[in-house]
Design a protein around this ligand. Structure first.
Ligand code: THU
Length: 139
């Protein structure tokens, strides 16, 4: 991926931290999901007083895109930290990895974990979810 696009995704994900609805954990997460058509879908985590209905930033971004008819993706950037302070990478939870598996080619889809525009690491979905179960298994 071009460095300019990586920077754009990191900046967009960081820009989402302000919208995280996190009255229970205080842990803010932002995501920027790049569709193959070039559109970037944003997401933040959204918590709930009943806890289990909470939604991760990554799934917010995926579901926004899919709800608008977009189902093909190239990359996602994820940032997160307590009170929105980015000191370590925030890897996607298992449920979000599984949602990625539904829509993305595990060998192609790039997951960018970042703490700022200069400090990031790119993984493929396959690296974070080896031998994942996906739509192909039901064929
Ligand atoms: N969270 C995300 O939004 N994405 C992740 O990848 C990890 C966890 C959220 C869920 C919850 O609102 C908070 O972070 C603490 O777990």
């Amino acid at each position: 991926m071009e460095p300019k696009m990586i920077q754009k995704l990191i900046e967009t994900a960081i820009g989402q931290l302000q919208y995280a609805y996190v009255p229970y954990s205080g842990f803010r997460v932002g995501a920027a999901l790049l569709a193959q058509n070039g559109t970037v879908y944003t997401g933040c985590n959204i918590e709930n007083a009943a806890y289990t209905p909470s939604n991760c930033a990554e799934r917010t971004a995926f579901f926004k895109a899919v709800s608008e008819g977009v189902t093909e993706f190239s990359a996602i950037c994820i940032v997160g930290g307590k009170d929105g302070i980015l000191t370590e990478y925030t890897p996607p939870c298992g449920v979000c990895r599984q949602v990625m598996m539904e829509f993305c080619d595990p060998e192609q889809f790039q997951i960018i974990l970042a703490t700022d525009v200069q400090n990031y690491h790119i993984f493929t979905l396959k690296e974070l979810l080896p031998m994942g179960f996906g739509p192909g298994n039901l064929e």
